[in-house]
Design a protein around this ligand. Structure first.
Ligand code: SF4
Length: 455
């Protein structure tokens, strides 16, 4: 008997694309069990909170949301509250959840997502709590179902975990060491997605540039397929129109990958290249293993090889020991690169990381003051770059209706610029030519000039 058949579920996801994709997998597994997705936790019989531990505010939001589940449980005794994701790979968090949030029924981690349906069935049947965390694992479970957020685009994991140990980051402790999928498995998945109507894939990994996949067959196990090789292979997949990837560590970005941008017409002219700081001494303290000069040289090579490439980044403000001079170096780098966009973060202590122990933490007031100056510089560059798009015709993959403006659709250019434009729902999922009529700080506005863009 399937005890889960007909139950309603709601998934709340915090954090990055990795987490979003994990939630798609959890959703796919629940649908296979006959469950039905609902829009709010209040309507659901099963709530899953997929947590993120990268930023302090995600922690706070998680505990706030977790507190709200108590009332739902009181009203519905069949209700099952589940938590998973990066935070659950940290013992002190598990202890807090067990002690302060006794209405939680299931805790699982980042390495045993495939086990979730079994855990859920057991809880539904035996009405007992289950807390199951794996430290790490060597194998990769293939062929898990996914209920994708979009029909026309999909995330594809190419690797899991991270070996880099940046001193501020908790990910290597919560996601384990790097594990690469076989290139054949990735290709099979992408071909299947294309057959299903997907025209854009985003390849996911904490550092895709260190991807080293090996063939599955015994005679192929010595053959290493690096990230650029994988891009070339995917570029040949018939019916696929766009390839993106996330995230790319500057220390491992190869000339071969830059050449792949030139050779592979499906690889979008966009790169997210996290710099984190413009100061060599801070980069060293962060254990980033590249210098400011090396980073700028990469940007120079990319913009020379791929004219018009758009570049975005991540920057942390107020890392321990950051002086005003260090910060000025970050500001000058931002002004030099003229990023199209940047995710800017205030450094926050992550328990269990080396930087949490550094004694030269920066006062919050200084962090905020620097943060505001940084955001101004980023926005200025972004507005300047976007203004230059006016009059251009861009190929835009239409994602859906815009939440920002009534009667408008929204989509992304090859360079990942957000574009809003008037149009009807029949365009969703298609690539259309849009003439840009306005360039704002965070987005572009335009009008359709040709419904189906030619390639
Ligand atoms: S590369 Fe650094 S920042 Fe990125 S996940 Fe790994 S340790 Fe964290």
């Amino acid at each position: 008997m399937n005890l889960l058949e007909g139950r309603k579920y709601n998934i709340i996801t915090f954090g990055c694309q990795m987490n979003e994709h994990d939630s798609e997998t959890i959703s796919g597994m629940l649908q296979e069990k006959g469950c039905r997705e609902v829009l709010t936790k209040e309507e659901s019989d099963i709530t899953v909170i997929n947590t993120c531990s990268i930023r302090e505010n995600a922690d706070k939001r998680f505990f706030g949301t977790l507190g709200q589940l108590k009332k739902i449980k009181e009203k519905n005794p069949q209700y099952i509250a589940c938590v998973c994701g990066c935070m659950m790979q940290q013992q002190h968090i598990i202890d807090t959840v067990k002690k302060k949030y006794p209405w939680v029924d299931i805790i699982f981690g980042t390495h045993n997502i495939d086990r979730f349906p079994q855990l859920l069935e057991k809880v539904a049947c035996e009405k007992q709590k289950i807390f199951e965390i794996m430290e790490d694992r060597q194998d990769i479970v293939e062929n898990l179902p996914a209920k994708r957020l979009f029909r026309h685009k999909a995330f594809v994991n190419i690797m899991y975990g991270c070996n880099n140990f940046c001193t501020y980051c908790i990910v290597p402790y919560t996601r384990g060491r790097e594990k690469n999928r076989h290139p054949e498995d990735i290709l099979d998945e992408v071909r299947g997605l294309v057959g299903d109507g997907v025209n854009e894939v985003t390849l996911l990994g904490q550092n895709v540039n260190s991807y080293r996949g090996r063939g599955k067959k015994a005679e192929d196990t010595d053959t290493v397929c690096d990230f650029a090789d994988l891009i070339y292979m995917l570029n040949d997949v018939e019916g696929l129109e766009r390839i993106r990837f996330m995230t790319s560590h500057p220390k491992d970005l190869s000339d071969k990958l830059i050449q792949a941008y030139v050779d592979c017409d499906k690889l979008c002219n966009y790169i997210h290249l996290p710099v984190q700081s413009g100061s060599d001494s801070i980069l060293q303290a962060m254990n980033r293993k590249y210098s400011r000069e090396h980073y700028l040289e990469l940007v120079r090579k990319l913009t020379e090889a791929v004219p018009g490439i758009t570049v975005s980044t991540d920057i942390i403000v107020g890392f321990p020991g950051e002086t005003e001079a260090d910060f000025e170096e970050t500001l000058s780098l931002v002004k030099q690169v003229k990023y199209d966009s940047a995710f800017t973060f205030l450094y926050s202590i992550r328990k269990g990381t080396p930087a949490a122990e550094y004694d030269d933490q920066i006062p919050e007031s200084i962090k905020h003051e620097r943060f505001n100056r940084l955001v101004d510089a980023v926005n200025e560059a972004s507005a300047h770059n976007n203004a230059a798009y006016v009059g251009r015709i861009e190929k835009v993959l239409v994602d859906g209706r815009s939440k920002r403006k009534d009667n408008t659709l929204t989509g992304r250019t090859e360079g990942f610029k957000l574009v809003d434009f008037p149009g009807d729902d029949s365009l969703i999922g298609q690539i259309v030519n849009i003439e840009i009529t306005e360039g704002k700080t965070f987005s572009l506005f335009g009008k359709v000039v040709q419904r189906h863009a030619a390639f």
